[in-house]
Each structure stands twice: as C-alpha cells, then as structure tokens.
Design a protein around this ligand. Sequence first.
Ligand SMILES: Nc1ncnc2c1ncn2[C@@H]1O[C@H](COP(=O)(O)OP(=O)(O)OP(=O)(O)O)[C@@H](O)[C@H]1O
Length: 305
Amino acid sequence: MLKAENLRYVYTSGLIKTVKKTAVCGVDLEIFPGETVAIVGESGCGKSTLAKLLVRQLESASGEVFFDGTKLTGISWKNLRKFMGKIQLIPQNPDDVVDPRWAVERSVAEPLVISGAFSREEISAKVDALFAEMGLSKEHKPRYPHELSGGELQRVVISRALALKPELLVCDEATSMLDVSVQAFIVTMLKEIQKKRGLGLVFITHDLEVAKAVSDRVLVMYAGEIVEEGKDVFDRPLHPYTRALLDAVQYTSLEVVLPEEGGALPDSFSGCPYFRSCLERTDVCKEPQKLRDVSGRLVRCWKAK
Ligand SMILES: Nc1ncnc2c1ncn2[C@@H]1O[C@H](COP(=O)(O)OP(=O)(O)OP(=O)(O)O)[C@@H](O)[C@H]1O
C-alpha cells in the first residue's frame, strides 16, 4: 500500500552559522493493507520526521514515497491532494490539527468541506456518524477544544482523520500525552476501527509495551536509520541497539533514556550509526552496514546471526 525508498531528510538551522542535521537517512519501508507497523526508537532518532515524510507534510531531500504504486514524491499539489485523504496523520498534540477557536464539530467537518464533494446535509450526517463511531455524543459537537478531556479531544482528532475514509493512519505518539488508562482506551479503539475499516496503521511510539501489544511488525530506528525490522523483535532482538533499548526500558519503567556515550558521529562517517555507543563494536563496524536478512529479520549489523 505505502512504500518508501531511500528517504532522507536534512534540517538546516542557524542564522550566522548554518547547522545541518540529517534526521532521516536512507529509510526503506513498506506498509501492507490492514497491517500494524510500530516504529520505535529513542527521542530524537527521527520518528516524527519520518512520519511527516510518509504523509508528505515534509518534502524529502531524496528518495521516493509510493501509494498503491503511484509516486507521491515530486508530483503536483493538485494530484497529491487526491491521495492525501487516503493517508492521515494523527499527531501527538491535538492543537496541531484542531483549531482552539472552533467548535470541535467544525474541525471534524473541515476536511469534508475542503473536499468539495458533499452537501451541507451530507457533511452534518457524516460528522454525526464519526462522533458516534468514536464514542462521542452530540453534546460534544458544539464544544471548544478546552471544554473536552484529553481523551475526548484525541477522539475528535481521530474522527477528523477518518472523515475522508483513509486507508492508512500514521499515529505519531498519538497517546503519549494521555493518562495510562486513557492511552489503553484510545489504542483499543484504534485497533477496533482498524479491524472494522481494514486500515493500515503505523504506530510511532517510544512505549515498547504498546508497540509490542499492537503491532504485526516492528521497525527500530536509531540516528535516522532503521537498524532492525521484523515480527518478533522484542522477543529476540538481534541488533545491539535494540537490546540496549529493551534493557533501558527495564531500568526506567517504559521511559527510554539511553546515554549518548560517544556523542554524534561526523557526517563523513559512513559506518554503523551506533558505532560510538556499541559495546560490541569492531573495526568492521566502520564500514557501511546494510540491512540484511537474518532468518526472516532485517538487521543492520554484520555480527547478527
Ligand atoms: N525543525 C527542526 N529544525 C532542526 N532540527 C530539527 C527540527 N525538527 C527536528 N529536528 C532534529 O531532528 C532530529 C529528529 O527529530 P524528530 O522530531 O524526528 O525525532 P523523534 O524521534 O520524533 O523524537 P521525539 O520522540 O522526541 O518526538 C532531532 O535531532 C531533532 O533535534
């Protein structure tokens, strides 16, 4: 359904001295219809940037994104719009998509209005149906975002994302600002909607328990690269970074905090991105490491077996 090839994104910041930061580096991935893929990794590894590249909120420096075989990179805005309803981003912060000055029903209706495909009556009926599907009542419709709880507001955000009948939802830490009990409720709701509508789900999270519970497949990101990808990654981690990530979770009760022992590598370094922090490194790790198949698992480490 969604395919990305060799995606790369570089942020440029600084007025006097320009600083470049490669946030996503050579990422290949494919999401199949109805599948749930979790993308995990520590803060700053490039997960949100990758999400924005997938939903075309950011234009990649290089690489391609395809949806059902159609190339979305480099196409005109007019043509891109036809696909944008099919892939929807659910961000961490509802404020990114819900206008605080609008009653929430208007935010849910907005994509339907912009599409120009529906009458006022049809839009009203669709908004009612979306609210009902997300377990929200008609009483919630005229309220403003600040008049809803965090969980209710996130359900409004999901209603809006579902308005144009997407085929893929990209959830970027969509529950991390909520209480644990509300998180579980929203995750369960997303899985039910996925089943009912046959959606693909990309679940970006630093919460490995959630990733394990919801996903069919896991992608582990480190320093902008996918270092490991497969089905039973948490039961049998093969990359040293995945093992360190799992160990860190055990010691910090779900909040992933990993030490950057050696600091950032210079841009000229083309070897393993985990080189400086890896306790198992050898000189071979200074060479570029490709993702390779190790008994059905893709691992970016020459030592994995
Ligand atoms: N607008 C920006 N300008 C410059 N650098 C940025 C910008 N946005 C992100 N970055 C940098 O790019 C890298 C990847 O950021 P990104 O937000 O994609 O990571 P993340 O894995 O989603 O982190 P988190 O889990 O904390 O949201 C980080 O080093 C970050 O500091």
